[in-house]
Design a protein around this ligand. Structure first.
Ligand code: SOE
Length: 414
């Protein structure tokens, strides 16, 4: 339990999946870690009065509002936690920084490089006044991922040659899955690429300490038209109660009850990192059977390490310096007290879960704000991810360095 009376009064905008995950972390962090400040879940914000009132009660917030500008204007709010779709990240974060609020913004930072640049500049200006900001790439804070970074930094893998990363889901394989905001470019910025591809871009740059310098990509939208969500009506309809149609689909009798998918369903790209490594990345929402399958393998001159989110308490480690008769991938159970973040939880072998990465994220954010340091990943780190996302999109559009494979000769008649 914290021994401090210093309080950080948090206002969170949004109450869907990430709002719930962040709320769990805000509720837990000061009960698990002894920190120089306590987070107070002061105010939650959402558009729908009934839903946000329910969220305040269910998720443990003191009060609620339907106006994020009201939240930001209040003197009794110190931190703004942005858990909304990507099309409002910039507007909310810029206003919060201008108001002198510390900001935690969900990933990806923004929907465009221009927005991400503006947010990064505003964060740098606010930093001069002691205002802190961070982007919520939570997988960095899975203990096994932080340990992966330590193994690389300690030279245990030697020179990094390969990075191999995939983040695979299948929640929209059914063509009847409705046209929610994540499938609309004007709301989400991109599809699998920005939503889950951003995670493996950040995670691999974090673990290797290297940055992606160039890409060659292909993307695909397998299902190009989807039913509008229930409740959508009229040309002014919104696809998920908060998005916006492009007028191509409507329920006012003038058109089909469908709308166009305007984002990628899958993105695949190769990349070079500035330390010389070659990398392959795959982000797909059409990997049937893969629910939230994030896997990263790093190969180096002295060894390899593998992280699999479905076994997030473990690492596979290959140490090529061991006697040849003892070579093989070993399994490290990352639950010892000496492992990152783990001293606050349970005895060795008692595993933790996905939600703990958010508690670790809030731990580090509170510690940084309370001690006057800058939390990572910064908005500048998140801008780098946004620049990679943009490069992948541009590469896929222009089809750069794509060499067609000549069709095989017609089968010889037998
Ligand atoms: C949906 O793909 C999603 O909720 C992502 O938006 C999150 O960032 C990821 O952690 C889980 O899946």
């Amino acid at each position: 339990m914290s021994t401090t009376d210093k309080e950080l009064r948090v206002g969170m905008v949004g109450y869907a999946f990430m709002g719930a995950a962040h709320s769990q972390a805000w509720r837990t962090v000061n009960r698990v870690y002894d920190l120089p400040a306590r987070a107070r879940m002061a105010l939650i914000c959402g558009r729908d009065t009934g839903k946000v009132a329910d969220a305040a009660d269910r998720l443990g917030w003191d009060a609620y509002t339907t106006d994020w500008r009201d939240l930001i204007s209040r003197d009794d709010i110190d931190v703004v936690d942005v858990c909304t779709p990507g099309d409002s990240h910039a507007e909310i974060a810029l206003a919060a920084l201008a108001a002198g609020k510390h900001v935690l913004c969900e990933k990806p930072l923004a929907n465009t490089v221009a927005e991400a640049r503006a947010m990064t500049a505003a964060a740098a200006a606010a930093q001069a006044a002691g205002v802190r900001s961070m982007c919520g790439f939570n997988y960095r804070r899975v203990p096994a991922v932080t340990m992966m970074r330590q193994l690389v930094a300690d030279g245990r893998l030697g020179v990094i040659r390969h990075v191999r990363a995939a983040y695979l889901q299948d929640w929209i394989v059914d063509p009847q899955f409705p046209l929610v905001w994540r499938l609309q470019k004007d709301r989400a910025g991109s599809g699998a690429l920005g939503d889950i591809g951003a995670h493996i871009i950040d995670l691999t740059q974090f673990v290797t300490g290297q940055r992606i310098t160039g890409v060659s990509a292909v993307t695909e939208t397998f299902v190009k038209e989807r039913p509008l969500p229930a409740g959508s009506s009229g040309l002014a309809a919104t696809v998920d109660g908060s998005g916006s149609l492009d007028g191509s689909g409507s329920l006012d009798g003038n058109g089909p009850a469908t709308g166009p998918v305007t984002v990628d369903d899958a993105a695949v790209f190769v990349a070079r990192l500035d330390g010389g490594a070659l990398a392959t990345y795959e982000a797909s929402r059409f990997a049937t059977g893969r629910k939230n399958a994030l896997r990263v393998e790093i190969n180096g001159s002295l060894g390899s390490v593998v992280f699999d989110l479905e076994r997030l308490n473990e690492l596979e480690f290959y140490d090529a310096t061991r006697p040849s008769a003892e070579q093989g991938f070993s399994r490290i159970l990352v639950t010892e007290g000496e492992h990152p973040y783990m001293s606050a939880w349970w005895p060795p072998g008692h595993i933790i879960g996905y939600e703990h990465s958010f508690t670790h994220q809030m731990r580090d954010f509170i510690e940084a704000v309370a001690t006057g340091s800058d939390p990572a990943p910064s908005f500048a780190d998140a801008l780098q991810v946004q620049l990679v996302l943009d490069a992948v999109t541009r590469s896929a559009e222009i089809g750069s360095s794509w060499t067609e494979v000549e069709p095989a000769l017609a089968a010889v008649a037998v």
